[in-house]
Ligand binder design. Structure first.
Ligand code: ATP
Ligand code: MG
Length: 241
């Protein structure tokens, strides 16, 4: 379970401050898939970066399971993040990209690390690619490697920031289904950021709609579609009027 209470994040000095996230409350039950949507600049990435510990929080608390991680170091959070641009190391093979984080941040044995990488590769169907470097992989293959790198950490939460937006439409549709199957199989609580309404409506157990850093509605896709709480939600989702 991921719980966010009253999260607020402000950028800039006084006088020219930007409130990126304001008083945000979100609860993601164990194993749930939450889609966080909203227009460009509404605070989606900032929210994820606060949860991952990549931004300092101004106010509010973040807990995972029963652990308050609001001020914990990024490394000590049981979280894996997947980005739009994959962020793979170009000089390392897929195998090395997937094992590097574990080598640096855990005391797991080499055997355990290899086992995890093999298991994740099998799950993602990329066993044949383990010896290749990112430059010789397609976008979809690179994104699978990036997912593999997240899975091997066996985190309590996945944070994904527009992970499919660099893929062409056909591959995106295919990867959506793969990602959902994978998330269900692993049962890891997930926050998935997108500005794509189709992804929001089809992928999430629940969706959270943000605008100007404020939560507009949290509900199932159908609730948000048929019972939008305000004009913004109705317009954004394209609710019938
Ligand atoms: P997009 O869909 O374009 O990725 P987003 O919803 O992820 O948008 P954020 O990146 O979270 O939006 O940005 C929220 C607000 O905070 C924006 O107004 C942005 O300009 C501002 N912001 C984000 N990061 C910083 C930063 N490091 N310094 C100053 N302002 C920032
Ligand atoms: Mg963003």
């Amino acid at each position: 379970k991921i719980e966010i209470n009253n999260l607020t994040k402000v950028f800039g000095k006084s006088g020219e401050q930007i409130v990126a996230v304001r008083d945000l409350d979100l609860t993601i039950p164990d194993g749930d898939f939450l889609v966080l949507v909203g227009p460009s600049g509404c605070g989606k990435s900032t929210t994820l970066r606060c949860i991952a510990g990549l931004e300092t929080v101004i106010d509010g608390t973040i807990t995972i399971g029963d652990q308050d991680i609001t001020d914990a170091k990024p490394k000590s959070r049981s979280i894996a993040m997947v980005f739009q641009n994959y962020a793979l190391y170009p000089h390392m093979t897929a195998q090395e990209n997937m094992s590097f984080g574990l080598k640096m941040t855990t005391d797991l044995s080499g055997d355990e690390i290899s086992r995890r990488v093999q298991d994740a590769a099998a799950m993602l169907g990329i066993e044949e690619l383990l010896g290749k470097k990112p430059g010789s992989l397609s976008g979809g293959q690179q994104q699978r490697v990036a997912l593999g790198r997240a899975i091997v950490r066996e985190p309590e939460a996945f944070l994904m920031d527009e992970p499919l937006s660099n893929l062409d439409a056909k591959l995106r549709t295919q990867m959506r289904t793969e990602l959902q199957d994978l998330q269900q199989k692993l049962g890891i609580s997930t926050i998935y950021v997108t500005h794509d309404q189709t992804e929001a409506m089809t992928m999430g157990d629940k969706i959270a709609i943000l605008n100007h850093g404020k939560l507009q509605q949290l509900g199932t896709p159908l609730e948000c579609y048929y019972q939008p709480q305000n004009q913004f939600v109705a317009g954004f989702i394209g609710s019938p009027s």
